[in-house]
Design a protein around this ligand. Sequence first.
Ligand code: RIB
Ligand code: CA
Length: 312
Amino acid sequence: MKRVWIDTDMGFDDLAAVLTVAQTPGWRIDGLSLVAGNAPLEVVIDNALRAAAYFGWDFPIHAGCARPLAGELVTAQNILGADAMGSAGRSLPPARAALADVDAVGALGCYLAAAGEPAALLALGPLTNIATLLRQRPELAARIAPLMWMGGSAGPGNHTAAAEFNAAVDPEAINAVLDAGVPLQMVGLDACRQVRVHAADADALRALGTDKAEVLADLLLGYVRIASSDGSLPMALYDPSAAAALVAPEGMRFRPAHVVAECQGEHTRGMTVVEWRVPRRATANALVASVADEALLRRVVLDALAQAARAA
Ligand code: RIB
Ligand code: CA
């Protein structure tokens, strides 16, 4: 059984990413740590606990950092809606699972220290929790292998022209993680934009006819409508592409590169500067996703959502 800890700012694409891992045979989620990003932490917690109750998740869920390492929290609620789960109809039912007593940074530290071998982390939001842990316990960087992160971009941003959202929220955290020597696998916007989801994919989910199929179809259609209000255009699959790259590594090609996050630029704060010309121009400090197998990654994600929809 392959095991992974997931760190997330629980919007819909995060939910789809967690379900992708949860529904892939041979994989086990050992814990979920929550971080402010898509929405304030209390909204992220509510989304995660409602998802856990609805999908019957049995792994512990821990609340983490409510603000980035520096500056104030910037959320994506202007795009995703107040609950960061914009829907074309139904939402997650209100019933909530219980939050674990231990905070995320403490729980992740214990998990990594106790792991018999270096553990896989899947990060789907700003890297605040992981950076905070590594500032306290830098020796734990050697207990992470790999850190698969949906974030950054080797090309244009989405939150700003230069910065991808997760990177924009906490660029200092990216540099802290890189400086700690964590084996980062960065799945940026340029790779995610090669994997698209369509309104027709929501229709196919809905046709399964279960209550969960209806909720997931409405949430997926709400996500697709981020790209175009009438759902006529496809939408990039962000977090699920990173999850699929973890469980189906043949679906995503990575190349070594040097990555650093811009923290000072008036117009470029949060930009991940990717230098591909390694080792001539710089020393590689990360693997950056470059080419995605759209058909394979789509199938991994959409099959997982269908499985989740069919689950009793
Ligand atoms: O830029 C996309 C990322 O920002 C995704 O992780 C999405 O959930 C938001 O957090
Ligand atoms: Ca996310």
